[in-house]
Design a protein around this ligand. Sequence first.
Ligand code: PLP
Length: 364
Amino acid sequence: MNTEQEAWAWTHQAIKKVQAENNRSADTHLYKVDLPSHWGVDLYVKDESCHRTGSLKHRLARSLFLFALVNGWIHQGTTVVEASSGSTAVSEAYFAQLLGLDFVAVMTRSTSPEKVALIESFGGRCHFVDKADEVYSAAAAIAEETNGHYMDQFTYAERATDWRGNNNIAESIFSQISHERFPEPAWVVVGAGTGGTSATIGRYIRYHGHATKLAVVDPEGSAFYPAWKNGDLSTVTGRSSRIEGIGRPRVEPSFVPGVIDHMIEIPDAASVAAMLHFTELAGMSAGPSTGTNLWGVWQLVAQMVAKGERGSIVTLMCDGGERYAGSYNSPAWLAEKGLDPAPHLTTIAEFFATGCWDEGRGSA
Ligand SMILES: *Cc1c(COP(=O)(O)O)cnc(C)c1O
């Protein structure tokens, strides 16, 4: 048994290790993606795939570990357990390994094998359940059995991150765009998994008095969009999202609807089309949730073009395409899942040719 002093010494050095990791890490790039210049709209994509663990969840995992450490929820020898659609588990496995802690990820069986391999490469163990809404109770049960700690990103994401600044993702965006011709974006467009990213960005925008509007895109079957539209946070769809990282079967506690100005529900095949098109447009390979972001972006760009509004839009590249080589980037896999990007690729091609958004034509 540790003495109280030994326990505190471990926590103290653990906090220092996480802070040192942050200090060694560089900020992620904000890329400008060229659009037809006569549109007068500039697009910026923040590349969250270049974190050490490959997604925006690197930020969240760092914040959750620090939050749990300062709260006294994690000690030397604590097994850390998490319910995840994969990306958070990859990043938390990395931080658990940094601190010498055991880590168990609870995920649905459909999680991409690339992510499973990454979790295991950071020393994590994977526990699979059949349905998306089973992850919460399974994670809590494993934490109970191991006398460990259920991290619970879906509850704590919105409060583990300092929304006022402290180099959070919003402060980073506004600082990186400050020398551009439209330094205050008309829109920031993001998806919601925990809802933490949209909560941080939305609160930051209001706190700092920016005129920027926040749009949240949501995939088929997710509870977030209907809940936001109807104002009913008890909305449950119980459906698994097919776009990894975003869309949930229930409205997660970290989803803050009041900071969102606009939501768009996006067909899965359209997300895939926008993901594929992005490689052609920008020469970067992104994951499917980035495709969801871009499908929303193109609609907002078209609205601005139609109204003759000039300005900038910022969105995120949440993770990279290499994690989905055997899934969203595989035509055979897409066909097997009944996801046909072809009509949506037509919609995007017509949009780039005309500046007009006509979803009916593409998806009819
Ligand atoms: C988690 C995640 C998101 C959404 O971020 P939240 O802050 O959890 O809402 C988007 N894309 C990917 C790939 C993710 O892993």
